[in-house]
Write a protein that binds this ligand. Structure first.
Ligand code: PLP
Length: 398
């Protein structure tokens, strides 16, 4: 018999499965609100002009393709730190930062998880309830037990902060707390600045290990404003982890550009931490690919391209905001009695709409509108052409 005869069929990824069903749907007016990808007002995946310029310059030089350092190039890693902590970071000056280029945000989480497994194999991992669906799977695959901390409260459509804080204060020292630094996926509900300060204090009090997932910097209020949580932890003196992703902010999804940053207690510790992190990387994929990272560091190093990129990022952010208020207005205009005003206050790409699984199913079968069964929709998949159709369909199912 084949050595694979006993291999079971794995369950389909729920969101990628949605894409397959959408692609197979013959209806002209179909809309895919399931994906976590930014589309422009024509429903197209953009190639940012700043990225295009950096790419043209790079390709015109026809550069050779040698191996990169295991942790990626210093220029890239410094650019990552600059986005996270600002230009004149005390942490960088104190030698407290270890950054390694990684294969997207997912790759950053994975090398972080593998590093923590070596450091503290019995640590428990806590993720928000709910969270990005890959958080649990990724940390479990790294050998950890993963549990949820209370987060979203459907009654208020916000964060049940009292429950979250009480839970944090009950966890064993050394537990790893995965936090969405901004633009919470899937709910769109973020903590306030004051609540972040309390989370920092809870982590200090219980000696918890914060792991901030920064996948959407710039999608809520801007580069610096969205780094509030990162900078609150930076000011705390604690040690922590950050995964960065440039998939969304540079529209470089398939290039797999991200980074892991570890904030240590000091220079000597940083050298030792980096040496161990390099072992993790070396045994996974040896060293990161060049192209996407080079585009990001080129854009960030050039005053002109960086300004252009910030403008394009602001354009994406503003368009999503316009779709939020546009959806709320269109639902009102359709005579929907239920108040959807909360959609305007949610942040980032997603909204937990409160639509039930049955309503989501009706959107699909009757209208060819695809959303996640939890009621999560991606606002960045709405545009001036499909907004009215989507609002009309939602009006019919609520
Ligand atoms: N973390 C969160 C919260 C995300 O939403 C995503 C992407 O959807 C990622 C990490 C992964 O990003 P990447 O595509 O760069 O691996």
């Amino acid at each position: 018999a084949s050595i694979f005869a006993a291999v079971d069929m794995a369950p389909r990824d729920p969101i990628l499965g949605l894409n397959e069903a959408y692609n197979a749907d013959p209806r002209d007016q179909k809309v895919n609100l399931g994906v976590g990808v930014y589309y422009d007002d024509n429903g197209k995946l953009p190639l940012l002009a700043a990225v295009k310029a950096a790419e043209a310059a790079r390709l015109s030089q026809a550069p050779a393709r040698g191996y990169q350092p295991i942790e990626g190039p210093a220029a890239y890693n410094n650019a990552v730190q600059n986005l996270l902590f600002g230009a004149d970071s005390d942490l960088a000056a104190a030698g407290r930062l270890v950054t390694a280029q990684a294969l997207g945000g997912t790759g950053a989480l994975k090398i972080g998880a593998d590093f923590i497994k070596r450091l503290s194999p019995a640590a428990k991992i806590y993720i928000s309830d709910p969270s990005w669906e890959n958080h649990r799977a990724l940390f479990e695959a790294a050998g950890f037990t993963v549990e949820n901390y209370p987060y979203y409260d459907p009654a208020t459509r916000g964060v049940d902060f009292a429950a979250m804080k009480a839970a944090l204060l009950s966890y064993a020292p050394g537990s790893v707390i995965v936090l969405h630094a901004c633009c919470h996926n899937p709910t769109g509900a973020d903590l306030t600045d004051a609540q972040w300060a309390e989370v920092v204090e809870a982590c200090r009090e219980r000696a918890l290990v914060p792991f901030l997932d920064m996948a959407y910097q710039g999608f809520a209020d801007g580069i610096d404003a969205d780094a509030v949580a990162v900078r609150a932890f930076a000011a705390s003196g604690l040690q922590f982890f950050i995964s960065s992703s440039f998939s969304k902010s540079f529209s470089l999804y398939g290039e797999r550009v991200g980074a892991l940053t570890i904030i240590t207690a000091g220079k000597d510790e940083s050298a030792r931490v980096l040496s161990q992190l390099k072992r993790v990387i070396r045994t996974n994929y040896s060293n990161p690919p060049i192209h996407g990272g080079a585009l990001v560091s080129t854009v960030l190093a050039s005053g002109e391209l960086r300004a252009q990129w910030e403008g394009e990022l602001a354009g994406m952010r503003d368009r999503i905001r316009a779709m939020r208020s546009g959806l709320v207005d269109a639902l009102k205009a359709q005579g929907v009695a239920q108040d959807f005003g909360f959609v305007v206050h949610q942040r980032g790409m997603f909204s937990y709409t409160g639509l039930s699984a049955a309503q989501v199913e009706r959107l699909k079968t009757e209208f060819g509108i695809y959303a996640v069964s939890t009621g999560r929709i991606c606002l960045a998949a709405l545009n001036s052409k499909n907004l009215g159709y989507v609002a009309g369909a939602i009006a019919k199912v609520v």
